[in-house]
Design a protein around this ligand. Structure first.
Ligand code: 13P
Ligand code: SF4
Length: 304
């Protein structure tokens, strides 16, 4: 049945001129029908160069908004209208403007997990794979970093010459992990390497053998000779890695590491969205697109 539906999706993609971009946290059957898969940075770059007229984003809303901002002439769809990211809603424009007033010499670096409206008042966007490189390359010493204080702390450690202003905020799924989850997983799998996403708290990231974006974690495994890994990011990555490397072993840091927003999209949603009976077209006004594009372009130029 899955194969039948995938074949229908592949046919419909051609008939209706769709390109499918899917974040690595999506299910295996969705990744199989996608034209591009990867982390937030990889998806942003892919969104700029697709030849198709229609773009279908399987992931969460801020990713579809980013695709629309980068390809405003295309029709961009989010495959499930309930797929949001709670972190993206944590700051609003007024709060950022107040911060700018408080620290007039400090540019605002925004994690890409923010709304299009918020990006209009930020200076540079970053993703988990580009944040260290971009912050290091910035001229200013003092930088306001929003909304993820855990990613911010990770960047601060890697770039000690900068002074990052961090505020409470972040991914509720990753930030729920603690030292005791790490101790439990390591006790159960003492020979495994521990790989983690920098959205986790400092105490978790500090205990890891490697920290990086979803793509960086998968690349680390590809290049490693090790045969066992504890994975400290959304548990879909555990499943993808286990499928890719059946001779190795992958363990979740915790069964709790599951993002309901990333999991909400199903293969039928992808099909129905292309038919126009599910999902949502992303519509942004021209002024928002123009203003939100500045920090995204800066990210691509500096992080590329
Ligand atoms: P990356 O795509 O940068 O790995 O981030 C993961 C994430 O939580 C996306 O929402
Ligand atoms: Fe947002 Fe966290 Fe889910 Fe990523 S994993 S989409 S940051 S809630």
């Amino acid at each position: 049945m899955i194969r039948d539906l995938q074949d229908k999706i592949l046919r419909l993609k051609k008939e209706r001129d769709f390109c499918i971009l899917a974040h690595s946290y999506e299910s295996h059957e969705i990744l199989e029908v996608a034209d591009y898969t990867g982390d937030s940075f990889g998806l942003s770059k892919s969104a700029m160069n697709v030849p198709q007229k229609n773009l279908l984003l399987c992931g969460v809303r801020f990713m579809a908004e980013t695709a629309k901002i980068l390809s405003p002439e295309k029709r961009v769809y989010l495959s499930h209208s309930m797929a949001g990211c709670p972190m993206a809603e944590q700051f609003d424009k007024e709060r950022v403007l107040a911060l700018k007033e408080q620290y007039p010499d400090a540019p605002v670096v925004a994690y890409i997990n923010t709304t299009a409206a918020l990006k209009t008042v930020c200076d540079v966007c970053v993703t988990s794979s580009s944040a260290v490189k971009i912050v290091r390359a910035m001229r200013e010493k003092r930088i306001i970093f929003i909304p993820d204080c855990n990613l911010g702390a990770f960047v601060q450690k890697a770039v000690p010459e900068k002074e990052l202003i961090l505020l409470p905020g972040g991914c509720p799924v990753h930030a729920a992990m603690s030292k005791s989850d790490v101790a439990r997983a390591k006790a159960a799998h003492p020979d495994a390497l521990f790989l983690v996403h920098p959205e986790c708290k400092r105490e978790v990231v500090d205990a890891a053998d490697f920290a990086g974006s979803t793509t960086a974690i998968m690349d680390f495994v590809r290049d490693s000779a090790q045969s066992e890994f504890i994975i400290g990011t959304e548990n879909s990555i555990v499943a993808h890695l286990q499928y890719e490397y059946p001779e190795r072993r992958f363990y979740p840091l915790s069964v709790e590491l599951s993002c309901s927003n990333m999991r909400v999209t199903t293969l039928p949603d992808v099909y129905n969205c292309m038919l126009g009976t599910a999902g949502e077209e992303i519509l942004l006004d021209e002024a928002t697109i123009a203003a939100a594009r500045r920090p995204i372009d800066a990210m691509i130029a500096m992080g590329g």
